[in-house]
Design a protein. Structure first.
Length: 134
């Protein structure tokens, strides 16, 4: 599937990056793993393997349909915009490869949520304001 520019899609396909992200999430047994922008589900598949409840937010209906077909009931999917979608009301770890056009507002919203215990995101450098760069 080709990335859609209108949503700033950039699919994560690097298996090495996926492994690093998954190992950094470190969810506790009672925590939800929230994936923002699961895209083609490469990261999703590994997150499901952690054994936690996985909730994904995907704006693209075509990708949403593919994710539902691929993962079925193993994945809870919200077909919404992550800038506005409801966040879990219980402790969660957030993860994802954020779209460049809305990466900063999504990141700020998630890390400000009192239920967020950890956030592991990939961002394109151009989308991060200077105050957030290392």
């Amino acid at each position: 599937m080709r990335p859609k520019k209108k949503w700033g899609q950039n699919f994560l396909r690097n298996r090495g990056a996926v492994e690093k992200i998954v190992s950094a999430v470190e969810p506790q047994p009672d925590e939800i793993v929230l994936e923002v922008g699961p895209g083609e589900g490469v990261l999703t598949e590994k997150l499901i393997g952690l054994g936690n409840r996985v909730l994904a937010i995907e704006i693209d209906p075509d990708l949403g349909a593919r994710l539902r077909a691929k993962f079925g009931e193993r994945l809870e999917l919200l077909q919404e915009d992550a800038v506005e979608a409801p966040l879990p009301s219980s402790p969660f770890r957030a993860v994802g490869n954020l779209p460049y056009n809305v990466g900063t507002p999504i990141l700020r919203r998630i890390i400000a949520d009192p239920n967020c215990r950890r956030a592991v995101f990939m961002l394109s450098k151009a989308s991060v304001p200077a105050a957030l760069t290392p």
